[in-house]
Every structure is written in structure tokens, then in C-alpha cells.
Design a protein around this ligand. Sequence first.
Ligand code: PMP
Length: 433
Amino acid sequence: EAPAPETAALLAKRQQNFAASQKHYYGHPPQFERGWKEHMFSVEGRAYLDMVNNVTILGHGHPRLSAAIGRQWSMLNTNSRFHYAAVAEFSERLASLAPDGLDTVFLVNSGSEAVDLALRLAWAHTGHRNILSLLEAYHGWTVASDAVSTSIADNPNALETRPGWVRPVLSPNTYRGRFRGEDTTADYVAAVAQKLAEIEAVGEGLAGFIAESVYGNAGGIVLPKGYLSEVYARVRDRGGLCIADEVQIGYGRLGHHFWGFEHQGVIPDIITVAKGMGNGHPLGAVITRRDIADSLEREGYFFSSSGGSPVSSAVGMTVLDVMADEQLQENARTVGDHLKYRLEGLIDQFPIVGAVHGMGLYLGLEFVRNRQTLEPATQETTAICNRLLDLGVIMQPTGDHLNVLKIKPPLCLSIESADFFVDMLEKVLLEGW
Ligand code: PMP
């Protein structure tokens, strides 16, 4: 369907002045102007179910958040070199969400910044440079967070262009990785041990290990049982720090856990968090131990102009208040369980549906051309997403082969919306693509 002339003209304008590497979804994207809960509305007034927005965890247009922002803006907004209530109160609340011992908080403005700072902390604390990072990973766009991003989905040359301090290890992808099935922990741990031995063999030290504890960028893959506790032990044995990147999967989204690392029963040394914690307002954090945080001080002061500003801190606290009052983690669990159950029903019906990964409201539905070879159904996934848009559902692919539907809607998703999504997906799969 051809877009309205105004929509097409605006798109042309965007293409003229907005750098092209900042891609937009869809060939003919609708022009959006409003959002409410898990829906977005186009200028034509059409409602779309937003099944990918993992940032807006409270939902779009939350009135309590806009009121809190407006109130704080009109009272005071400055930087954290001044003393005001919000930064102290928000830091205390964030620290109270983390495991005991992780009581020290840095406030920044994005996930990339949080990961960047986490890496700097690991370097400063250990005095070493090497970082183990999983293959298939995305951790951000800044120089250091991009360096540990190994995914070839957006950057086909990623693996040839990582700096030497980045030490990629096998992706513990139990569905399509080198070792398949639940019983692969020892194999994937051995791959890490081998990498550690290689670093030692050249006489170098280790700064740390970074991973998503439920593997979001690989499509919501649950790591093999016990993987992180084995890996963390080996990394610590070599003096490295363990960084849990919770930017995408943490903060209640998994429903069954607030943090992804809880699912693996481990406690990291450094947690990075962003996205949902600001519900779209630029907000990120690093939560760590006091001794690790202090290591950075030897390099000088750390200062972020808007990190932890009164407005950002007020946003962070309001998000936590609304999450608690509206029981959004609980909703992620119940609606997520229902959604996963319904999606799993598609496996028997359609050979292209290879598996459903993940938990809570971080789910990945993986399309394959052949269930033995697991040949990724990449073009089909794009076609399915395009057809879903026609039917009023926003959905996008993820994973190194872009053949996994990344299902990560606002945490206020209703059962009815979850059912609508599965009904529309079923319709597309019945139609063919
Ligand atoms: N880490 C992970 C796991 C992410 O998914 C992302 C964003 N997709 C980032 C870090 C970077 O966050 P931001 O876009 O807020 O810089």
C-alpha cells in the first residue's frame, strides 16, 4: 500500500539529513504520532500492537511518568556535582535491587555508556585489558561497547575487525550453536577454558567476561544449566571480573526473575542496566562493588553531564514505583507464560517454527527451513514481519541470521494483546509468505 504523500515526503527528508546508518524499520514505514500502553498510532489513526519495544516497559504515554518529568523539570534540573535528593534516593533504590555487596552505583544515559564504563572498571580494577565476549553479542555503539559486540547481523565484518583485547568465545546457543541441547554445559565451558589458556599462554592477564545472562541477542536463548557459575569461577580464578549485561533482558522483563543472572544462580561483579529503567528517557547505570568502583577513582573523577540528573533520577524512581504499583514483573510472568504456551502450539502446526526461546516477555520464535539442518529462514522471517505490519503488529527479526522474532513488548501487555499477536502470526503462517 502506497504511503500518504506527507508521510513519503517526511521519509525523504529524513533520508536527506539523518545519517543513513541509522536505519528505519520497514520499506514503507507508517508515520507514528502517538502511543498508549502497548499500542502505537499512525497519523492515519491506525493502531499497531508494539511487540518489540523493550524500552517502554511501562507502556507508551504513561501519565504518571509525564507528570513526574514535568514536575521535576519545572522544579530543578542540574547535574550530579550538586547535592539534591533524587540522585541519593535513586542510587539507594538501585543498590537495593542488586545482590548484597553490589552497593555502588554510577548513573549514565544509555546501555552503551553503561557497558563502556563497566569495561573501564574491569580494566582499572585488574590492570589488564583482555575481555571475553560471547559470539553473537550486541553490547552497544561506543568504541568499547562496540568492540565487544561480535554479532554479524548488523556488521558482517564484525569478527575480522574486533581489537586484539576482545577474545570472542563460542556462543552457548543450545539450539543452533556448535553444541546442541541441554547437556552441553561442559562443552561450552571447555571452550571458555581454552580461550583462557590461550591468553595465559601468551603471558597476558584477564580483565573480565561480559555476557547477557539469558542470551537476548541470540534470540532469548536460555544458557545451558550451570554455564555461568562455571564460567564465572574460571574467570575469577584468573583474576577477571564478571559483567552481566542486563540492559535488554533485566529489570523485570523475564517475569520469573528481576535480573537475568538470577536464572543462572550467579552474582556478577558488575551489572549494566539501561533501556527499561528509563522507559525511554535516556538512563543507564552500572551497579558494582565499592572496591571496584574505587579503582576508577585512581584514574580521575568520573562525570556525566546528565547521568543522574534530577529529572533522570525522578524518571528512574517513577518507573520503579509504577512497576511495583501495576505489578508489571508479575504481568510479564503470567502474560509471558501464556504467550509462550500459545507460541509453542505453533511448533506442531507449522514446520517453519523451529523453537520458542526465552521466558517472561523476552521470547524468541525461531524460523528454520529444515528442522534437521536448522537452515535459517531469513527471507521468510522478513516477509512474515512485513505481513504482520499489514495486520497491525510491529515485529522485527533478531539473531546472527535474522531469523528469530524478537518478542519483547511493553510489560503491561494484556492477555488479549498477546492472543491478538499469536492469532495474527498464525494467520500469516497459514497464508504463506
Ligand atoms: N547491551 C545490550 C544487551 C543491548 O541490547 C543494547 C541495546 N540494544 C545495549 C547494550 C546498548 O544500549 P543503548 O542502545 O541504550 O546504548
